[in-house]
Design a protein around this ligand. Sequence first.
Ligand code: GLA
Length: 396
Amino acid sequence: MGAVLDAWTNEAGAAKAQQVFAEHWEAEPDGVWASPGRVNLIGEHVDYNGGLCMPIALPHRTFAAMRRRDDDVVRLVTDVAGSSPWVGRLGDIVPGSSLGWVAYAAGPAWALAESGRPVAGFDAAICSCVPLGAGLSSSAALECAVGLGLDDLNGHGLAATEEGRRTLAELCVRAENDVALAPTGGLDQAASLRSQAGSALLLDCRDQSISHVWFDLAVAGLVLLVVDTRAPHALGDGQYAARRNACERAAAQLGVSLLRELTPEASLEAVASPEDQRRVKHVVSEIARVQEFAAAVATGRFYAAGELMYASHESLRDDYEVSCRELDLVVEVARAGGAIGARMTGGGFGGSAIVLAREDEAQALADAILAAFAAEGLTTPSLLFATAAAGGARIA
Ligand code: GLA
C-alpha cells in the first residue's frame, strides 16, 4: 500500500539522537526525551476560540538527546537534511529574533525562564520520525521534546504531574507564539504532552481541562489511516492568522469574549461581513460536533462518529475555507469507497487528512486514494497508521 511511514521505537529513536549528539558535541548526553506529533480527530480551528477538540498523540515522535551545561551557551543540531548546527546563547533566544527552526527548538528555554523557572545552557541533538510540514505537529513535538528535557535537566519537575504538564504545554505555546511568531492555539502542545496511550484527549480550551476518552480502534476492528497529501502547508503565510483575526473580530461584534460562548442557535446578524458569519458558523457547529463525537466514541458508535468527521470536513471546506484540492480528494475517495469517516486534520491549506475505516477495507481505500492522486497528476501522498499513543516522556 504505497510507502507507510512507521514510527521509531524508543531504542531506535534514542540511538539515533545519541549518535548525532556524539558526532557533533563529542560527548554523551545526560538523557533523551521524546514527544509525539498528533492528529486531531475533530475540533478544528476551535482551540483559539476556547472550544473543544479531540486529538490523539501519534506513535511518531521527536527525540531530543540533551546535556546540561554550566554556562549560557546553547548548541543545537538536527538530522534534517540541509539544516546546519546552531550555536548561540540563551540571551539570543528572545521574541523577534528570527531564528527559524531554532525558535521552536530553543523557544521553551525562553518561556521557562520567563515563567520564573531558570534554565542553564544546553547541548541538544534532535531526530524525528514525525513527518515535517505534514500538519502533524512536528513543531509541537520538537518544542515539547526539548521542553521536557529542559524541565528535567533544570530540576523543575513539571512533567511529573498532570498539572505540571499543563503548565509545560502552555509554556511551549508561549514559545511558539512569541519566539517562533506562529499564532497557534494550543491543541498541538496539549496533545503532545498530556495524551495517554489508548485514549483520545478531550481538551477544553476554555480552561485547558482534559478528559481521556477510550479510543482503541483495533478492538473495534478499525484503523485510522493518515494521508499526508504532501501539498505545501504553511501556517505562516497569513491565512491562519487571518482566520484567527476574523474570529476575534466577530466575537467583538457579537459582544462575547470567545466564540465558545455562543450556542448553535445564536443569531449572527451582528457580524458585519457574510464571510465572517461563515467563519463563526464553522466554529460554533464544530464545537457542537466535538461534543457529539466524544459521546459517540465513548459508547462505541463509530459510524455516528464517522458522519461527524465528514460534516466537520464540509464545514472546514465551505464555511472556514481552509481545505484544498488534495484534502478534498482524500475525503471524496474515502466516502465513495465506503470509509466510516474522513476529514482534513490540523490547520489545513495542505497537510494531512484522516480516514477512519474497517481494517479489512483499509488497503483498498489506500490504493484508491493513491490512484486518484496519480490520475489528477498530484504528488504521491505518504501514508501512516495512527494509534492513540502516550504523551512525551524521558526515554533514556
Ligand atoms: C494548527 C494549530 C493549532 C490548531 C489547528 C487547527 O495545528 O497549531 O493550534 O489551531 O491548526 O485546529
